[in-house]
Write a protein of this length. Structure first.
Lengths: 205, 457
């Protein structure tokens, strides 16, 4: 389980960094190839980076699918929790569980739709426009990411059922007024009404 | 007390169940009503907005439509396959690097040297620093974090009341999404196919006007209460602080200049600014160690993935709306009722301000823009002007409870309760509402600059 967690984190962080570098290099290349330096210009012109844009899109789609699963684990997905955060604990508990299970239901349906789709194009030789990568590999992130997300929803639901606690994304990381350095705060990780509150005294916003 | 609570408890369920029952019983329930009751019912149960959107679409598809499910499933894959959308992760990454790096600190030093000797002193410098930082960051809460965490402690040391400082920073941070770059503007352009470049340039003048108005409010209150001022900085000091903050200020030139001259597309500009911000934070100002970079990448990926997931499902939702002709039907109905642009914009503002009470900006824009946009077009409202109106509404929503992101971030930094902070922000919030009216009914404020620059006809 630890390995899966780690793999997920490394994958999305690497995709994020790599996509940024890729677009950066592609832009530099576009302008550098315009400078009339002998040999270098010929070499630059011989490189074709027109696939960079497409690869960047696919990298971000992969990042989005697996990042969404990671987001369930860190509790970052925003919702409308004004109403349920003002309800008594018992009914709030029911609604939070309902929401988590609904998430699991949605992701499993999407995952299955995606699996069917990948299966159906896996038998064709459809390739992407610029990269000429087989499309079924590109779209494999839909079933994989969605099933992982479903698993995460179930995991969080089970933990909530047992302990009454939901994952909160480092809400306590503000260092306060005394120390100024090292502010590590995630705007979507606060105890606000965009996330459901735990079942604990004093946990409401 | 007990009765209303149980009523509220049952509300989301009733909203989901009633239209479904009506449909099952064969009653002629209008389709839009079913869709909206279902969506808002699901959202009120507190599930993530993205899941509520997705489940609404799926329920609708499986029970009551002739649109083939495969065509919608395809949207799920291809919905975010657009290069423009990828500006969002890049801007988030750039913003995170800048928040960690010392860019904000040097901008504050520059702003203090420029305006610190007037009434309001550091507070006024805070407004100016927020406006400067907003021009390199696309997010409001990030601006509050970056500027607030440095300037709030300094203000309290100087003898400003905590409330005053927190109020200034909470509201000035909202400039983050109005002054380009802006993630919310990218969302609007995704939802309505408006040009990101035009929106960015259109945000400049309203952003400066709002910054001035917030500054004036600060100045007036500081003068009335006789709050501390800074000693007047010499021109030598001003030049020195300017030179030190030049790396951050240059980013403004890269993004705005690059997009305006057509050197970069907005997405490329975003990627360039992410690399640039990384370079400045790690190698120039050395405020961020290389060991911390993976954490920044992971946090940015986490936040971007959440927003992209909402976009994916919102694209499906708006596809459903379009295929059911809902915006067109609503537009025809509104025109039929004789609603003019003035009344329509009033309704839009009220609806968006109400939505700002329960949702965060990205979700609101992605859900509301596809519905309101066709109506606005029929009434002859400029698409870019309409975008700016939406963004200003989102700003107001970020500064008041129950869900204002800025408010929660500021309360975390200042260690103040939400209720106290709510009282603290009201003078600036009123200023913003006045500004909202001006933006709404004076289109030239937004569209004059892009027109003058020849970006729009």
């Amino acid at each position: 389980m630890k390995i899966l967690d780690r793999l997920e984190e490394v994958l999305i962080a690497v995709l994020m960094g790599a996509a940024t570098l890729l677009v950066f290099v592609a832009v530099l290349h576009r302008y550098a190839a315009g400078w009339p330096i002998p040999l270098v210009q010929d070499w630059l012109l011989s490189l074709n980076l027109s696939w960079a844009q497409e690869l960047c899109i696919y990298m971000f789609i992969w990042m989005a699918k697996f990042g969404a699963a990671y987001g369930v684990r860190t509790g970052i997905h925003v919702g409308v929790d004004v109403l349920i955060n003002s309800l008594p604990d018992r009914s709030r508990r029911a609604y939070v569980l309902f929401g988590l299970l609904a998430g699991a239901l949605f992701t499993i349906i999407v995952g299955t739709l995606g699996a069917h789709y990948v299966w159906s194009i896996g038998h064709t030789d459809q390739v992407s426009a610029d990269l000429e990568a087989p499309l079924w590999i590109v779209y494999l992130c839909i079933p994989l990411g969605s099933y992982l997300m479903c698993f995460r929803f179930l995991q969080v639901a089970w933990a909530f059922h047992k302990t009454g606690e939901l994952p909160h994304h480092d809400h306590g990381h503000v260092e306060g007024l005394e120390t100024v350095a090292a502010i590590d705060i995630n705007p979507y990780g606060m105890r606000d009404n965009l996330h459901p509150a735990d079942i604990k005294p004093g946990s409401r916003p | 007390m007990n009765r209303p609570v149980s009523l509220f408890t049952a509300l989301p369920l009733a909203m989901v169940a009633l239209p479904m029952l009506g449909f099952a019983a064969g009653l002629p329930v209008p389709t839009p009503l079913i869709i909206f009751l279902l969506l808002f019912g699901l959202m009120l149960t507190g599930m993530p907005v993205s899941i509520a959107l997705g489940l609404t679409v799926l329920t609708f598809l499986f029970t009551m439509t002739t649109v083939p499910i495969t065509s919608v499933a395809l949207k799920l894959f291809t919905g975010i396959e657009r290069f423009e959308i990828m500006a969002i992760p890049f801007f988030i990454l750039a913003g995170n690097f800048l928040t960690h790096g010392g860019v904000a600190r040097r901008m504050i030093a520059f702003a203090s040297a420029m305006v610190g000797h007037w009434h309001g002193g550091l507070a006024l410098a805070g407004v100016m620093a927020c406006a400067l930082f907003a021009a390199v960051s696309g997010s409001s809460p990030a601006t509050v974090v970056a500027i607030g965490s440095i300037i709030l402690p300094a203000m309290i040391n100087q003898g400003f009341p905590k409330r005053f400082g927190a109020g200034v920073i909470t509201t000035s941070g909202a400039l983050g999404i109005l002054i380009p770059p802006s993630i919310v503007m990218v969302m609007y352009s995704v939802a309505t196919n408006t040009s990101v470049g035009q929106l960015f340039i259109a945000g400049i003048v309203p952003g400066l006007v709002l910054a001035t108005m917030l500054g004036l409010t600060t100045w007036y209150r500081a003068r009335k209460n006789n709050y501390p001022r800074l000693a007047k900085a010499s021109w030598g000091q001003r030049w020195r602080t300017f030179r030190e903050s030049i790396w951050g200020l240059l980013l403004i030139v890269v993004v705005i200049g690059g997009i305006y001259t057509g050197v970069f597309t907005p997405t490329e500009a975003a990627a360039m600014s992410a690399v640039y911000a990384f370079f400045v934070a790690v190698f120039v100002y050395k405020d961020l160690t290389l060991a911390k970079v993976p954490k920044v990448l992971l946090d940015s990926a986490n936040m971007s993935a959440m927003l992209l997931y909402i976009i994916t499902n919102a694209v499906m939702f708006s596809f459903l709306m379009t295929s059911e002709q809902i915006p067109q039907v609503m537009a025809a109905w509104m025109l039929d009722k004789g609603l003019g642009p003035i009344a329509f914009l009033l309704v839009v503002n009220v609806l968006l301000l109400l939505a700002g009470n329960v949702m965060e900006p990205s979700s609101i824009v992605l859900i509301m823009a596809p519905i309101m946009f066709p109506i606005a077009m029929k009434l002859g409202i400029d698409p870019v002007h309409f975008g700016i109106i939406m963004v200003v509404n989102m700003e107001v929503g970020m500064c008041h409870p129950p869900v204002g992101l800025n408010l929660y971030v500021a309360s975390g930094i200042a260690k103040m309760g939400i209720t106290e902070l709510t009282i603290a922000v009201w003078p600036w919030l009123l200023t913003m509402l006045v500004f909202l009216v001006a933006v709404t009914y004076w289109p030239d404020m937004s569209i004059w600059l892009p027109k003058a620059l020849g970006m729009m006809r």
